[in-house]
Design a protein around this ligand. Structure first.
Ligand SMILES: Nc1ncnc2c1ncn2[C@@H]1O[C@H](COP(=O)(O)OP(=O)(O)OP(=O)(O)O)[C@@H](O)[C@H]1O
Ligand SMILES: [Mg+2]
Length: 261
């Protein structure tokens, strides 16, 4: 795909040549990224399908007795695959620019966060992790959003806290607001992420510790999805180190203004 043009002179035509060559370079890079993505995702899908096939064959051949616990295991694996396929679908939709803007309206942050916080207070207890928040004391903040997508963002972030925080640790949710923006911070205790890995967290299929995240059922798509949803809402998502000793995720969303309603 080398369609670059030689320079002819230093006039307008030369500028045009430059622009054309830049476009070619960027298309080439996009093609490489797409090829890499396709090969990574095929691998990601092939592995669990191969495992599943092997286990079904073991049942067919009688190597494994047809017991309910094995069928339950197969069901768990199909559920994991379904989740992976749904995540890919979400990303494909956001790539194609399909936005469900008609489902957006003024949403109260507390309404989105409260059910998730309630769920994770219980879930984090399983690992003796405390969840600190002041949801009751926070003022009502409204953002212009699709509430299902926002729920998905916070659910993914809390699930990461659950998966990647050691037992007896802590998680903290805090909300700040300025005149135009709401900032939601979700941070946790040890382990953290190496500084140079912080910007990579949002790349598709990126996992800091592949074996640990895979064992947790992670495929490295959660944060890519969070970022694409937050960006589609004209907000931003950043990863930093937390003073609690782990990761700090900062979500900023524009507040709902009257002209959007
Ligand atoms: N709170 C956290 N603390 C420490 N590491 C984290 C935290 N959140 C994410 N990570 C690291 O970032 C990686 C990417 O996270 P991401 O949510 O995108 O994918 P995942 O959790 O592996 O899989 P998925 O979310 O698709 O099920 C994780 O695999 C983990 O290594
Ligand atoms: Mg995740």
């Amino acid at each position: 795909m080398d369609h670059r043009i030689e320079h002819i002179g230093s006039d307008e035509l030369a500028d045009l040549v430059d622009a054309f060559n830049q476009l070619t370079a960027s298309l080439e890079q996009q093609k490489q990224l797409r090829d890499q993505w396709l090969s990574d995702i095929s691998h990601e899908l092939r592995t669990p399908v191969a495992v599943l096939k092997g286990e079904i064959e073991a049942l067919q051949d009688g190597i494994r007795p047809l017991e309910m616990r094995y069928v339950d295991g197969l069901h768990d694996q199909v559920s994991t695959l379904t989740r992976l396929i749904n995540d890919l679908h979400t990303l494909a939709l956001s790539d194609s620019g399909a936005k469900d803007s008609d489902q957006r309206n003024a949403v109260t942050l507390l309404d989105v966060l409260s059910p998730i916080v309630e769920r994770y207070e219980l879930r984090l207890k399983e690992k003796s992790i405390s969840l600190e928040h002041q949801l009751d004391g926070n003022p009502e903040i409204e953002v212009f959003a699709d509430s299902k997508s926002l729920q998905q963002v916070f659910q993914n972030l809390f699930e990461n806290c659950f998966r990647y925080t050691d037992e007896n640790g802590s998680v903290r949710l805090s909300i700040q607001e300025s005149k135009t923006e709401a900032t939601i911070i979700i941070e946790d205790s040890y382990p953290s992420v190496p500084t140079k890995a912080l910007p990579k967290l949002f790349e598709r299929l990126y996992r800091v510790d592949k074996s640990r995240s895979r064992a947790n059922g992670g495929s490295g798509l959660g944060l890519a999805i969070c970022e694409s949803i937050v960006k589609a809402h004209n907000g931003s998502l950043n990863a930093e180190h937390s003073p609690l000793g782990g990761l700090k995720m900062v979500v900023t969303l524009p507040k709902s203004s009257n002209d959007e309603q």
